[in-house]
Design a binder for this molecule. Structure first.
Ligand code: GLN
Length: 291
C-alpha cells in the first residue's frame, strides 16, 4: 500500500493529524481526537506531546503510516484507543488490556488515588481486591504500599493471565486466585485492613444508554448484572468483608450511581457504616465503609 491508497495526503505528521481530525472530530470531538493522537504517537513512535507539537513537518516511515491508517479505521469502528495501542495508564502504571479485561476507567483511578491518600498514614499489612480484571487496582495498591501483602481474585482465567503479566511487568508481587466471588472465596489468609472491589454493576436494562465502544469491546462478564438482582456482588463482597476485614479496616467499593442508596442500605444491613463519595463527573461513584 502506498500513500495514495491510504488517503493521507503525504507521510508528513501535519497531514496525519489533519486527516484524523477531518474524519473523527464529528464522532469524538476535537479535544478527544487530540488525546488519541497523543497516545498513538507515543505508542507507535515513542514521541511525547511536545515532540508531536514541534515535529509537524517531519515525515514518518511507510510502515508507521500504515499503523496510523489502521488506527484511524479502528477508531471509526468505535474500537477503544486502549485496545488499539494495547495498554492503558492507571495511576502511573502501564497496564496491558485486551477484550478479556475491562479497560481501567478514570473513575476507578480516582477511587484508588483516594484510597492511597486516605490510607497513607495508616499501616496497611494486607489488601484484598475482588473482581480484579486487568489487575490495575492491586498493582497500584502494591506500588503505594510496597510492604503490604496484596491478594487479588477474579473468576476469569483469561483476565488473570493478563493481570499476572501486568503484575510482573510492573514489578508488583501479588497473589492471584481464580474464584467466583459469588460463591465466597476459600483460601483467604486471615484478615485484611483494606478490601476493595470494582465488581460488575451495570443493569441489563441500562444497556440501551451505553456507548458502542463499551458494549462491543469490554467483556460483558465484567459489566452486567441481572435487573432483578443488581447488588448480587455487593452481597457477596459484604459477606467476605464481614469475615475478613480487620476491626479497623476499610471496605471500598465502586458503585452504580443509580444504586448508591440501595448499595449503602445493603452495607448497613450487613453491619457496616457506609459513606458515599462522588466522582469528578459529579456522580455517586464509590462507598467506603467501616465496621
Ligand atoms: N464504570 C463502568 C462502565 O461505565 C462499569 C464498571 C463495572 O461494571 N464495574 O462501563
Amino acid at each position: 500500500m502506498n500513500t495514495r491508497n491510504l488517503r493521507f495526503r503525504s507521510n508528513r505528521v501535519r497531514d496525519i493529524v489533519s486527516l484524523f481530525h477531518e474524519e473523527l472530530d464529528s464522532m469524538y470531538g476535537s479535544g478527544e481526537v487530540g488525546v488519541f493522537l497523543d497516545m498513538l504517537f507515543e505508542a507507535f513512535l515513542g514521541w511525547d506531546k511536545v515532540r508531536l507539537l514541534t515535529s509537524k513537518e517531519q515525515t514518518i516511515d511507510q510502515s508507521d503510516l500504515l499503523r496510523f491508517h489502521w488506527a484511524l479505521e479502528d477508531l471509526k469502528q468505535h474500537r477503544p484507543i486502549q485496545h488499539i495501542i494495547g495498554y492503558s495508564d492507571f495511576c502511573g502504571c502501564h497496564i496491558k488490556v485486551s477484550p478479556d479485561v475491562l479497560i481501567p476507567r478514570p473513575e476507578t483511578e480516582e477511587i484508588v488515588n483516594w484510597v492511597i491518600t486516605h490510607l497513607s498514614s495508616i499501616n496497611i499489612h494486607h489488601c484484598l481486591d475482588l473482581c480484579t480484571g486487568s489487575g490495575c487496582i492491586p498493582i497500584a495498591l502494591k506500588k503505594a504500599f510496597p510492604t503490604a501483602e496484596v491478594t487479588a481474585v477474579d473468576i476469569s482465567p483469561a483476565a488473570l493471565e493478563i493481570a499476572l503479566e501486568n503484575a510482573k511487568n510492573n514489578g508488583a508481587d501479588i497473589r492471584f486466585m481464580q474464584t467466583d466471588v459469588l460463591n465466597g472465596v476459600d483460601g483467604l489468609s486471615g484478615s485484611y485492613g483494606l478490601i476493595v472491589s470494582n465488581p460488575p454493576y451495570v443493569m441489563e436494562k441500562e444497556r440501551a444508554q451505553m456507548q458502542r465502544n463499551v458494549l462491543d469491546y469490554d467483556p460483558a462478564l465484567a459489566l452486567f448484572v441481572p435487573d432483578d438482582d443488581p447488588l448480587r456482588f455487593y452481597k457477596a463482597i459484604a459477606n467476605i468483608a464481614k469475615e475478613h476485614l480487620t476491626e479497623d479496616g476499610l471496605l471500598v467499593v465502586e458503585i452504580n450511581e443509580a444504586l448508591a442508596e440501595e448499595t449503602s442500605a445493603l452495607l448497613k444491613f450487613y453491619g457496616f457504616l457506609p459513606k458515599v463519595y462522588t466522582d469528578f463527573r459529579g456522580k455517586a461513584r464509590w462507598i467506603s465503609a467501616t465496621r
